[in-house]
Design a protein around this ligand. Structure first.
Ligand code: SAH
Ligand code: SF4
Ligand code: F3S
Length: 456
C-alpha cells in the first residue's frame, strides 16, 4: 500500500483541506504516514499570507526533494494558496516537483498522484530516467462547485472536535491581502449539506464543530434574510438543534455584515461557545481606510461591547497587523490603546508582509523591519499582560471543559478547552476523553490553566 505524507502550513482551512485530501487517498487504498522518509507521496499544503509562510514551505520541499536517500519513484506535490499564487513557476525553483495543485482542485489530487505513481512503479524496472520525464501537472483553474468537495472526514477515534468548511473565497480585497486571489470568489455550500455533515460527525462521536470560512458570517450572503435573520444565523440555529452536538464555534467573522441577528445569537443559542476570534487589524481609522477595511475602530469596539452585553463571559481574540505602510507612531499607539480598551483575551500580531499584486505592496511609506519588530514586541507585551490577567481571574472558578486528549507537554495528564477556548490541563484517565466535565481551576501559569475535576 503506498504511503502519503502531508505537511500543512497556514490556517485552519488548510488543515481541513488536507484532511479532505487524506480521506481521498485512504479511500483509494493508500495509507497516511507522519514519517516523511517512508512516504511514496509527499504533499505540502501551502500558505501565502505572509512571505515567511511561503519560505517555510519552499524550504521544506527543497530539503525533501534533495534527500540523497529518497526513493526515485516518490511523487512530490504542492497544493494550497502558494501553489495557486505561484503556479508553474514552482517547477523552475524545484525541478524534482511533480504537482502544483490550486485551491479549487483538491478533489483531483488523488487521481493525478495515483496516475504518476502507477506509471513510475510500472516503468521502474525498465528505465528509471524515463519515469521522471514529462509527468508534471499544474492545475490551478477555477472550478464551479469546488467548495462542495470539502465534506469528508477521517474516521479518527477519540476525536471530539471537527472543522467544517461552510464557504470558500473572499471578495473583500483588503489592500494587504493575497487571499482573494488565492481562494477566489465567495462560494457557500448548501445549508442541508452542512447539516447532514454535522449530523454524521455527531454520530461518530464529535461534540464540537468549528465552522470555517474566510468571512464566515457572509455565508449564504445572496440569500434573503428570513425574519431578520441571515443565512449564517439560520445555519447556527439549525446546528444548535442537533442532539448530541454540544459546542459550536466559527472562524473568522468580519465586521461587515455582522448585524444585530448575529449579536443576538449569543443570547439564545446555548451551544454557541463564549469565544469569538474577531480580527481588528488596526485601531487607527486612517490605517483601516488604507487597508480598505470598511469600518471605523469605534464600530468595531461597539460590536465587541454589544456581544459582551449579549454574552457577558465572551472571550474575544483578534488579529492585528503592525507596520502597515505609512503607519505612524501615533497610528500604532491608537492600536495599542484599542487593545487596552477592549481587553482581548489574546491576539495574533503580524508584521506587515508585502504580498504579490496587492495594492499595499506598492504603497509609499513601507516601514523598516526594525520598526515592525519593535511595534510587534511592544504590542505583544501589552497583549500578554492582559491575557495573563484574564487567565488569573479564572482561578477558583468552575469551568466546563471538553477533554480533547493527552496533554502535549505531559502525556500523563489530559488537556481540554473551556467554552472560552482556553486550554486547561487536568489529571484523569483516558475514559474522560471526548467528555465535557466540570473542572475547578486551581492554578494559572500565565497562558496555561490547571484544574481538577469538580465534585458533583
Ligand atoms: N479573513 C480573515 C483573515 C484571514 S488572513 C479576516 O479578514 O478577518 C489571517 C490574518 O493574516 C489576517 O487577519 C491578517 O491579520 C493577517 N494578514 C493578512 N495579510 C497579511 C499581510 N500581508 N501581512 C501581515 N499579515 C497579514
Ligand atoms: Fe484577506 Fe480581507 Fe478577505 Fe480577510 S477579509 S481574507 S484579510 S481580503
Ligand atoms: Fe494562508 Fe491561504 Fe489560509 S494564504 S491563511 S492558507 S487561506
Amino acid at each position: 500500500m503506498p504511503k502519503v505524507f502531508i505537511k500543512t502550513y497556514g490556517c485552519q482551512m488548510n488543515e481541513r483541506d488536507s484532511e479532505q485530501v487524506a480521506t481521498m487517498f485512504i479511500d483509494g487504498g493508500y495509507t497516511m504516514t507522519d514519517r516523511e522518509h517512508e512516504a511514496d507521496v509527499i504533499l505540502i499544503n501551502t500558505c501565502s499570507v505572509r512571505e515567511k509562510a511561503e519560505l517555510k514551505a519552499l524550504g521544506k520541499m527543497g530539503l525533501l526533494t534533495r534527500r540523497p536517500e529518497a526513493k526515485p519513484h516518490v511523487v512530490y506535490g504542492f497544493m494550497g494558496c502558494m501553489a495557486q499564487s505561484k503556479g508553474d513557476e514552482l517547477f523552475r525553483a524545484l525541478p524534482r516537483l511533480d504537482l502544483v495543485i490550486g485551491t479549487q482542485k483538491y478533489h483531483h489530487i488523488f487521481r493525478y498522484v495515483d496516475d504518476i505513481l502507477r506509471k513510475r512503479l510500472e516503468r521502474r524496472m525498465d528505465d528509471l530516467s524515463l519515469s521522471l520525464a514529462g509527468s508534471s501537472v499544474c492545475d490551478t483553474d477555477e472550478e464551479t462547485g469546488s467548495q462542495n468537495a470539502i465534506r469528508d472526514h477521517l474516521a479518527q477515534t477519540g476525536h471530539s472536535s471537527a472543522f467544517v468548511s461552510i464557504m470558500q473565497g473572499c471578495e473583500m480585497r483588503c489592500s494587504y491581502c493575497i487571499v482573494p486571489s488565492t481562494r477566489g470568489a465567495e462560494r457557500s455550500r448548501p445549508m442541508q449539506d452542512i447539516i447532514d455533515e454535522v449530523e454524521s460527525l455527531v454520530r461518530q462521536g464529535i461534540k464540537e464543530v468549528t465552522l470555517l470560512g474566510q468571512i464566515v458570517n457572509r455565508y449564504g450572503k445572496d440569500e434573503p434574510a428570513v425574519d431578520g435573520k441571515s443565512a449564517f444565523v439560520r445555519l447556527l440555529e439549525q446546528l444548535n438543534g442537533i442532539d448530541g452536538l454540544e459546542r459550536i464555534r466559527f472562524t473568522s467573522p468580519h465586521p461587515i455584515g455582522f448585524r444585530e441577528d448575529l449579536v443576538n445569537a449569543y443570547r439564545y443559542l446555548s451551544k454557541l461557545c463564549s469565544h469569538i476570534h474577531f480580527p481588528m487589524q488596526s485601531g487607527s481609522d486612517r490605517i483601516l481606510k488604507l487597508m480598505r477595511r470598511p469600518y471605523k475602530n469605534e464600530k468595531y469596539i461597539s460590536l465587541c461591547e454589544s456581544m459582551r452585553e449579549a454574552r457577558p463571559d465572551l472571550a474575544i481574540t483578534t488579529d492585528i497587523i503592525v507596520g502597515f505602510p505609512g503607519e505612524t507612531e501615533e497610528d500604532y499607539l491608537e492600536t495599542k490603546r484599542a487593545v487596552e480598551r477592549i481587553g482581548f483575551d489574546n491576539a495574533f500580531i503580524f508584521q506587515y508582509s508585502p504580498r504579490k499584486d496587492t495594492p499595499a505592496a506598492a504603497m509609499d511609506g513601507q516601514l523598516p523591519q526594525s520598526v515592525k519588530e519593535a511595534r510587534n514586541q511592544d504590542l505583544l507585551a501589552t497583549v500578554n499582560a492582559i491575557a495573563i490577567e484574564k487567565n488569573a481571574a479564572l482561578v477558583g472558578t468552575e469551568q466546563l471543559i471538553l477533554v480533547e486528549g493527552p496533554s502535549k507537554t505531559n502525556a500523563d495528564r489530559l488537556s481540554g478547552r473551556t467554552p472560552q477556548n482556553k486550554p486547561v490541563i487536568i489529571e484523569g484517565g483516558s475514559e474522560l476523553i471526548g467528555k465535557i466535565v466540570p473542572v475547578r481551576i486551581t492554578e494559572s501559569t500565565g497562558f496555561t490553566l490547571y484544574g481538577e475535576i469538580a465534585p458533583c
